[in-house]
Design a protein. Structure first.
Length: 274
């Protein structure tokens, strides 16, 4: 069984016995020890624990999981209640168990809980987009944007201008259309040279969002912030993200100030069967 599940060709079957042939190739995923029915494998790196369910697995039914996935909403209305570090640690533990390419476990987090720091980040993010949209308005600047980012992105920016201007008007009256007055902003970043980093960070933060939902918290993924962090050296440095890292996912988080009464419709999967 351990030969069958090892993704790194570490173990071979020799004379009908499992042998470690390429120890240096081990990525520490722990599949070998987890699958062994007789506890014959002593990994030495990964700490294992028994499964709490002695009966049927998986831990939840397909129906319960589907309901959890459909219940989770993008929440943009939060109470003023702070989220304790103890609760945030539980949320982050869920991200820890997300899969990562080659078991790199390379996801790094930045968690902002200070309202002053969140306000500073909001102002820097707004400043970044003010420059972007001012360039999109002009003909020459728009042409340069289209060369760098593509015509479709330029068209999208110009079509978004009325909405952006309306959001600015609302923010002048005290409404936060960037972080929605959330008491927590969370980002995930990793090495930009690792082609799995985008997947690793996105899955980790989505795991966090599901755990947050079970704890009565709401989350909203924030692509505006991700884009600003990766294109503004000032913001990236301020957050302490290394130069060779990129931010791949970000979200606001807090206790929900709204209760959704119904599940919503989503289009069927767009599938090409082969």
């Amino acid at each position: 069984m351990c030969v069958l599940v090892c993704p790194s060709f570490v173990i071979d079957l020799i004379d009908e016995k499992a042998r470690v042939s390429r120890e240096e190739w081990c990525i520490g995923c722990g599949h070998c020890e987890a699958v062994c029915p007789t506890e014959a494998v002593l990994h030495g790196v990964t700490v294992f624990e028994g499964h709490p369910n002695q009966g049927a697995r998986p831990a939840v039914s397909p129906e319960a999981l589907e309901l959890l996935l459909r219940e989770r909403r993008s929440v943009r209305n939060y109470t003023e209640d702070p989220v304790s570090q103890e609760v945030l640690r539980i949320v982050l533990e869920a991200g820890r168990y997300g899969p990562t390419g080659t078991n790199s476990q390379n996801v790094h987090y930045v968690v902002l809980t200070s309202l002053d720091q969140i306000s500073q980040l909001r102002e820097m993010t707004i400043g970044f987009y003010e420059k972007v949209f001012s360039r999109a308005r002009g003909r020459l600047s728009g042409f340069l944007v289209s060369l760098v980012a593509g015509r479709k992105i330029l068209e999208y920016l110009r079509a978004s201008l009325p909405k952006v201007e309306y959001a600015y008007e609302q923010m002048r009256t005290g409404k936060d259309r960037v972080f929605y007055h959330a008491p927590v902003v969370m980002l995930a970043h990793a090495e930009s040279w690792d082609t799995c980093s985008c997947f690793n960070c996105s899955v980790a933060l989505y795991h966090c969002s599901l755990m947050a939902h079970t704890l009565g918290l709401g989350c909203c993924f924030n692509g505006l912030l991700v884009n600003a962090v990766n294109r503004s050296r000032k913001i990236k440095r301020w957050l302490g993200i290394p130069a060779d890292h990129e931010c791949y996912s970000a979200m606001t988080l807090g206790y929900q100030n709204v209760k959704y009464q119904r599940l919503v419709h989503r289009d069927p999967p767009k599938v090409s069967w082969r």
